[in-house]
Design a protein around this ligand. Structure first.
Ligand SMILES: Cc1ncc(COP(=O)(O)O)c(C=O)c1O
Length: 474
């Protein structure tokens, strides 16, 4: 048993997994009952006897990967998970093996520096001031941004709302939650936003859904009416949350106009860019994010469109001080005076032990450069438009909206149930992996172009396949 030998087995297995996915000799999904898999992978025997090394490891990896979903496969059109760039996966390995946690600078100076640097890179992409490296000189000023990598966009949204609450009700940690807080959210917001409000003790009755147009984008002209309702109910707006882009159909809210409204009415403007903020890297598509620099906070997931493994999401705040003071911490073994040569992230996070997440993004960025990521984003967004143009030509299919990202919804003529039956068949036989969603009261099939290997010809094949299944089930 040695690290080098076992690592070679694992890496060789992953290379084979990748090749089989790209050349389609392996199926995109291979769902089997869990009980069968527990037996097949010999889980009980391994945990009682050990021995996951050498030949056992080779056999285990082969089996494990044969039942894994293949995100590199051209037929992967499923959830918003990155087909990881191998360099980012190596970054994850370095983090796992060094295990230098990033909450406190002295526990992982290199990991924290990467995280700090990468957060600054993201802040600059948004148009916010990066933090100075020499924090001691400047850290009392609030004229630069701050950020933190968190375990996912959902946790990012929760943290963002805690930051907003710190501005609206700084007395919270002493007095408890005021009962008049309200949240204004897009009717198409991700469920994590409403869930975060619930966690913070803001009930559903205090959530005001903003009116959206037929695409599902917030209508700026209707914002005042909702705010009037909030104020008439003697509520205090905690924040307004917009999408960049929405989860079901990938539509961007008009950030520029919404930002002006929030500024005028002194409301914290949080943008949930978990999926679509990566458009900031694209000359072609960054217009979708117009006005983002006027927001107060942004969630931007690297583990969606930046080819970075889960989890790696950034919460960015225009004025770092609100983030630094959002939570009231007290632990004498952590929070005390010490000679500092770098930043502690711990005051910005719900977590205590915190793995190095920034290294994963840094590795892909440093491997293919911003240009490589930009080309990837352009390619995936272009593919959604090409697919829309193709589907629009098919008389028996429809798309509810023109795509603004790499998400595209569509359906074949027929009932909601038909769409679900088709999806089940595709996923269970492992020919294509796609999801489905409701939009404007109808069920649609939903594709997210995440694999760098999907081509327009694969979409042609999918449409033929759906027709075939449709004929079978009708
Ligand atoms: C707009 C939006 N916000 C938040 C999330 C949640 O992000 P995560 O899955 O990283 O928690 C998603 C995920 O699909 C999303 O699309």
């Amino acid at each position: 048993m040695s690290f080098a030998a076992d690592a070679k087995i694992v890496i060789d297995s992953l290379i084979e997994f990748h090749e089989e996915s790209v050349n389609q000799s392996g199926k995109v999904t291979n769902p089997v009952p869990m009980g069968y898999l527990i037996e097949e992978l010999k889980l009980t025997s391994f945990i009682t006897e050990g021995g996951l090394t050498n030949k056992n490891l080779t056999d285990f990896m082969k089996k494990y990967l044969s039942f894994s979903t293949r995100l590199y496969h051209p037929a992967f059109l499923g959830h918003q998970c990155a087909a990881t760039h191998y360099s980012a996966a190596l970054g994850a390995l370095v983090d796992a093996y060094t295990n230098n946690v990033t909450a406190i600078y002295e526990m992982g100076p290199a990991a924290v520096s990467l995280e700090f640097f990468t957060i600054n890179w993201m802040l600059e992409k948004v148009g916010w001031n990066p933090a100075p490296v020499n924090l001691n000189a400047d850290n009392n000023k609030n004229n630069f941004g701050g950020g933190i990598f968190v375990n996912g966009g959902s946790l990012g949204n929760l943290t963002a709302l805690l930051v907003a609450r710190n501005k609206v009700a700084p007395e919270i940690w002493l007095q408890g939650n005021p009962s008049d807080l309200a949240l204004l959210v897009s009717s198409e917001c991700h469920y994590s936003v409403v869930k975060s409000a619930g966690i913070m003790g803001i009930g559903k009755n205090s959530i005001y859904h903003l009116e959206t147009d037929l695409k599902g984008a917030i209508i700026p002209e209707k914002l005042s009416a909702t705010l009037t309702k909030v104020l008439n109910n003697e509520k205090n707006p905690l924040a307004l949350v917009a999408n960049a882009c929405s989860t079901p159909v990938g539509i961007y809210d008009p950030l520029d106009e919404i930002a002006d409204f929030c500024k005028e009415n002194k409301i914290w403007f949080h943008v949930d860019g978990a999926h679509g903020a990566s458009a900031l890297l694209s000359d072609k598509y960054k217009e979708r994010m117009k006005g983002i620099e006027k927001a107060d906070s942004l969630v931007w997931d690297a583990h969606k469109l930046l080819q970075t493994p889960s989890l790696c999401a950034a919460l960015l705040v225009k004025e770092h001080d609100y983030l630094d003071k959002a939570m009231d911490h007290n632990a004498s073994y952590l929070f005390h005076e010490r000679e500092q040569q770098g930043i502690d992230f711990i005051q910005r996070t719900i977590e205590c032990t915190k793995s190095g997440l920034g290294i994963k993004l840094f590795f892909v960025l440093a491997s293919i450069g911003e240009k490589g990521l930009q080309e990837f984003i352009d390619r995936q967004y272009d593919l959604a438009i090409q697919s829309y143009n193709f589907i629009k030509e098919q008389e028996d299919f429809e798309c509810p909206v023109y795509p603004q990202s790499n998400i595209l919804c569509f359906r074949i003529n027929g009932t909601d149930e038909t769409q679900l039956k088709i999806r089940n068949k595709l996923v269970n036989e492992g020919s294509f992996y796609l999801t489905s969603t409701e939009f404007r009261g109808k069920r649609f099939l939903r594709m997210v172009f995440m694999s760098p290997n999907t081509k327009i010809q694969d979409l042609h094949k999918l449409i033929d396949k759906i027709r075939e299944i449709y004929t079978e089930i009708i």
